[in-house]
Design a binder for this molecule. Structure first.
Ligand code: DX5
Ligand code: ZN
Length: 220
């Protein structure tokens, strides 16, 4: 496999008590991004962490902080997550009153904007927003929990999104999130994803650094 793939380990799966150590190891192993899953207990039936956790990690990592907001009405908290050190903020299509306004606001802060859809939301809703995004994220599990199984029909959605991005001529990354394993990574990449979130597959592995290298297709 080529190595233009970006791995974004999900901090949700790391040991929070030793988070700085865990994220340093995966960055050193070649994971250029760190995925930060923010959950409010309303948009999804789970709570995770807020901007203070991200701010605390920021001095310990050179990774691109890839913040995934699973919260209701995310425009209320964009400033807080920018100030905490996010490099990319991705918001749910389903959670925004005015999607274009939120994406434009994120970019106005000098960082990248991402747009994410849940498994049951069609790829076609993304089309109007392509000029406003730096990254499209497709959920391949229902958002809310790590450690779930990849929904197979996500591969078709990835292919559709990849074709839409390529046809648009815009420079947009295609990220996938949920249930990525060593067994399905090849199919996921073939379907067109270039940024890969991996929680359990990295932080629950016996050797997270080796897991990052393996996901990148490198010899370990
Ligand atoms: C789910 C989160 C994911 C999750 C991925 O709501 O958005 O980022 O942490 O975890 P795994 O890789 O274990 O499915
Ligand atoms: Zn996520």
């Amino acid at each position: 496999m080529e190595n233009n793939i970006i791995i974004s380990p999900s901090a949700l799966a790391c040991d929070f008590a030793y988070a700085a150590d865990g994220i340093r190891k995966v960055y050193d192993a070649g994971a250029a991004y760190l995925h930060l899953d923010v959950m409010d207990g309303l948009f999804v039936p789970n709570l995770s962490f807020g901007p203070d956790f991200i701010r605390a990690l920021r001095p310990h990592s050179k990774a691109v902080f890839d913040t995934h907001l699973m919260i209701v009405d995310p425009i209320r908290y964009i400033d807080a997550f920018v100030d905490a050190g996010s490099d990319i903020i991705t918001v749910h299509y389903e959670s925004c009153e005015n999607v274009a306004e939120v994406l434009t606001y994120i970019r106005s802060k000098g960082i990248k904007a991402g747009l994410v859809i849940k498994p049951k939301t069609p790829v076609s809703v993304l089309r109007d927003f392509l000029p406003l995004v730096d990254m499209i994220l497709l959920m391949s599990v229902e958002p809310g929990f790590g450690g779930q199984s990849f929904i197979p029909s996500s591969l078709d959605k990835l292919r559709e999104a990849r074709a839409m991005i390529d046809a648009s001529g815009c420079s947009i990354d295609l990220e996938v999130d949920g249930g990525v394993t060593m067994s399905n990574i090849a199919a996921i990449r073939e379907a067109g994803a270039n940024v890969i979130v991996a929680g359990s597959a990295v932080f629950r592995a016996a050797d997270p650094a080796a897991a990052v290298k393996a996901l990148k297709g490198e010899q370990v």
